[in-house]
Design a protein around this ligand. Structure first.
Ligand SMILES: Cc1ncc(C[n+]2csc(CCOP(=O)(O)OP(=O)(O)O)c2C)c(N)n1
Ligand code: SF4
Length: 278
């Protein structure tokens, strides 16, 4: 833990953040920077941040005082993969929205988890395509009204957390912006863990989601997040139908598995064993 007092300003460029008042992205920035501070990083020089397109993708870039790469929509994970393979000593962190990471970018996320690429992915799940005005996303709750589902969504949402566990990630956790302390601790754990760390941050978007489902303010949305969250242990005692519309929160995986770079090194070591170099 750093002895210096925590201040977000230490890690942020002197430019204003572009988010709407009451947006959950402010909370997620705070949780992330507190986690970094508590892990003892005085600055972000050992980090590189990759993001795609969307409100959540503006979290690191250009606001963090760090190297950041703002890629195209859904392509942050492939860029992070190349970066981590070339510079394994860097902390590579991906920020993105649910549309970015489990809509257009879903395949990349699954494969990075399967490979156990040693990066941390923070997915801001605001349950909507926020930046483009509120279209239905793969994470939109069943029956929720959006601009493209004016009579309610007829699809069930994708559970990105369970998918990351099934794909092989080393560390997986889901919390909401109501659970700030737990979210910060999960980010710390994800950053410390070797292997693919996936943190789903269920968040409020009062502008593009909340106001269309009767949750107009940040307070309404946080109350809704609180009331609909179920801790993992309690969820185990509930039926699938009882869990429809609920957000199961907690830690879902923590396992030390070989990472992609470790596996590559092992193969190279085996191939080059006994090969003479002049
Ligand atoms: C290839 C491509 N398709 C579509 C878009 C339009 N687009 C920009 S952001 C976005 C989705 C934003 O939703 P999400 O990733 O969940 O982030 P949020 O804005 O909600 O944080 C879409 C569809 C784009 N920029 N590029
Ligand atoms: S549209 Fe939603 S996600 Fe985007 S900045 Fe506004 S509140 Fe945040």
């Amino acid at each position: 833990m750093s002895t210096e007092e925590f201040s977000t300003r230490k890690y942020l460029r002197d430019i204003s953040l572009p988010f709407c008042p009451g947006c959950g992205n402010f909370t997620i920035i705070n949780c992330f920077l507190r986690a970094v501070h508590e892990l003892g990083y005085e600055d972000l020089r050992n980090f590189v941040f990759c993001s795609g397109i969307g409100c959540a993708s503006w979290i690191p870039s250009p606001h963090f005082e760090a190297d950041t790469i703002h890629t195209t929509h859904g392509r942050s994970v492939p860029v992070a993969t190349g970066l981590k393979l070339v510079r394994p000593e860097l902390n590579v962190v991906v920020f993105g929205g649910d549309g970015d990471l489990v809509g257009i970018g879903l395949g990349h996320l699954i494969h990075a988890a399967r490979r156990n690429l040693d990066i941390t992915v923070i997915m801001v799940n605001n349950m909507i395509y926020g930046m483009t005005g509120g279209q239905v996303a793969p994470t939109t709750p069943f029956k929720a009204t959006t601009t493209t589902t004016p009579y309610g969504s007829f699809e069930h949402p994708l559970d990105a957390t369970r998918l990351a566990v099934a794909a092989g990630a080393s560390y997986v956790a889901r919390w909401t912006t109501f659970h700030r302390k737990q979210m910060k601790e999960a980010i710390k754990d994800g950053l410390k863990m070797k292997g693919f760390a996936f943190i789903e941050a269920v968040s409020q978007c009062p502008t593009a989601f909340g106001r269309r489902v009767g949750l107009k303010t940040m307070k309404d949305m946080l109350t809704w997040l609180k009331e609909n969250s179920v801790p993992r242990d309690e969820a185990k005692k509930m039926t699938e139908s009882e869990l429809v519309g609920k957000i199961v929160v907690g830690e879902f995986a923590r396992r030390r598995l070989p990472t992609l770079t470790e596996n590559i090194r092992e193969v190279i070591g085996g191939v080059t064993k006994g090969v003479k170099t002049s």
